[in-house]
Design a protein around this ligand. Structure first.
Ligand SMILES: *Cc1c(COP(=O)(O)O)cnc(C)c1O
Length: 512
């Protein structure tokens, strides 16, 4: 028995017994000329897709399972011609997508892509750099540091977040990851390093409002605090964190022997775009007996600070421990690209740095270089700075400001139209390019307005609830939207609101 095992093991390692392997590199199967030709065709396809978005519905008419059913159940054994793959992309995949770049996409928050960002990402894909350490791609690391210093300057963020001091910026895949690593750093600091070595050794608490993003609760779960550690602090009428309520929650926890670990302030909440008072939160925290980490989640709204009239969005940032915003939402950069800054990288590195032997280099021994793997959860990292750098150069500060200003200006006009409408009202004050509205006649009428706007997949509008009431959200921000699309939407909303109140009137008549 032992003998036959041995012989099969030696057979597997005997080259003459292995299936024949080609002498050519794998790239020969799709060579540089084929790549060039098909790459040009694909870039043409993307340009045509963008140019033709207007003609498509913004949302597909598909049911779960339709797409899968249209595709082969098993993978191909032989290589398929690229042209056929492209054809399926065109015929089967693209028509079954929600078109986030559509000019009538007003849902959720935008997920911008732009020519420079797509080309930057293509370059990054072609280079295939793994930028986990400075040594594994020096320019990838240094360009990221530079791009985040540039972005900090463009947003008017305080110098403490710049890389030439104790702090610095890093690109995370998402705002959710930014909140998670902020919480890991906070946990590290609050436990004096114990969390890293033994796990959490005392009850910790995190503070945010009920309007904070769901990623706060998720981060508390992942960081081992548990979601019961999240305190939903009360808000004022504008859905902003109430600093007095925060002070009370902190005091109650201290009395109960719970250690306050972090406050997650939101600048631009997902539901209504409310902005928590960061400076006042910092005032409350300054009175605490031990430091409490202040993270600002400005995922959507933060990038608007490129326009000086929106610098209020960064006020108080000089007193935050970390601050984060998503160029991949509203700043022309395709997913994923979250910009995350810390004022002091110490606790972050304490929490996340691990140096296995196979990653030791002269550069990390000298301490002269940044190893961004220590600033995030995974080890590997894509060269995402490239697309951000392409965007910052491709649009310039003036182009970025113009992008934001358009949408804010059009949203202001839409909000005026809503206020002037006899049937509609604003459900919250307009925040930047987010307009929240509802029908004056109540829930059913509001639901009908939302349905009518999305009818036949014509546009994408999504909803939320504020104070328990249904709200239609209009988030303007697609790079293909023009002012007239927003004016047309305002007309449609008015017409739908009028029809909804007539329907209400009829229903009332019938019930009498
Ligand atoms: C969109 C959003 C997030 C989540 O962003 P991801 O980058 O998708 O994780 C978090 N917080 C706020 C306030 C958001 O608007």
């Amino acid at each position: 028995m032992g003998k036959s095992e041995n012989s099969s093991a030696s057979a597997a390692s005997d080259p003459s017994e292995l299936p024949h392997a080609s002498d050519e590199p794998s790239s020969a199967a799709f060579d540089h000329e084929a790549f060039r030709r098909h790459g040009h065709a694909l870039v043409d396809w993307i340009a045509d897709y963008w140019a033709g978005l207007e003609e498509r519905p913004a949302q597909p008419d598909v049911r779960p399972g339709d797409v899968r059913a249209a595709l082969p159940a098993t993978p191909p054994e032989e290589p398929e011609p690229f042209a056929r793959v492209l054809e399926d992309l065109d015929q089967l995949i693209a028509p079954a997508l929600t078109h986030w770049q559509h000019p009538r996409f007003f849902g959720y928050f935008p997920a911008n892509v732009s020519g420079p960002s797509v080309l930057g990402d293509l370059a990054a894909a072609g280079l295939g750099t793994q930028g986990m350490s400075w040594a594994t791609g020096p320019a990838a690391t240094e360009l990221e540091t530079l791009a985040l210093d540039w972005l900090a300057e463009l947003l008017g963020l305080p110098d403490r977040f710049r890389s030439d001091g104790a702090g610095g910026g890093v690109i995370q895949d998402s705002a959710s990851s930014a909140t998670l690593v902020a919480l890991l750093a906070a946990r590290e600091r609050a436990t004096g390093g114990a969390a890293r070595t033994h796990g959490i050794d005392r009850p910790l608490a995190v503070y945010a409002t009920e309007h904070a993003h769901s990623s706060v609760t998720k981060a508390a779960r992942i960081a081992g605090l548990g979601e019961s550690a999240v305190r939903h602090v009360g808000c004022d009428d504008g859905h902003r964190l109430d600093p007095v309520a925060l002070g009370e929650a902190l005091a109650a926890d201290r009395r109960a022997g719970v250690t306050p670990c972090a406050v997650i302030a939101t600048v631009g909440t997902t539901s209504s775009g409310a902005v928590d008072p960061v400076a006042e939160i910092a005032d409350v925290l300054a009175g605490e007996p031990a430091p409490v980490w202040l993270h600002v989640d400005a995922a959507w709204a933060g990038v608007a600070a490129v326009a000086p009239e929106h610098r209020n969005l960064v006020s108080g940032a000089e007193r935050a421990d970390s601050w984060s915003t998503n160029p991949h939402k509203w700043l022309l950069t395709n997913f994923d690209c979250d910009a995350f800054w810390v004022a002091d990288r110490g606790p972050l590195l304490d929490a996340l740095a691990i140096l296995p032997e196979y990653l030791r280099t002269d550069a990390n021994a000298s301490g002269d270089a940044i190893d961004y793997r220590d600033w995030q959860v995974p080890l590997g990292r894509r060269f995402r700075a490239l697309k951000l750098w392409f965007v910052l150069r491709g649009f310039g500060a003036s182009g970025l400001r113009a992008h934001i200003r358009r949408h804010v200006d059009w949203a202001a006009e839409l909000a005026q139209r809503i206020e002037a409408d006899p049937h509609l009202e604003l459900a919250a004050p307009r925040s930047l390019a987010l307009v929240c509205l509802r029908h004056r006649d109540g829930e059913d009428a509001t639901a009908r307005v939302l349905e009518a706007a999305n009818e036949g997949g014509r546009a994408v509008l999504t909803h939320t609830r504020l104070g328990g009431r249904l709200v239609v959200r209009v988030a303007i921000g697609s790079v293909h939207t023009a002012r007239w699309h927003v004016r047309e939407l305002a007309d449609e909303l008015s017409a739908a609101a009028e029809a909804a109140s007539r329907a209400d009137g009829l229903a009332e008549d019938r019930s009498r």
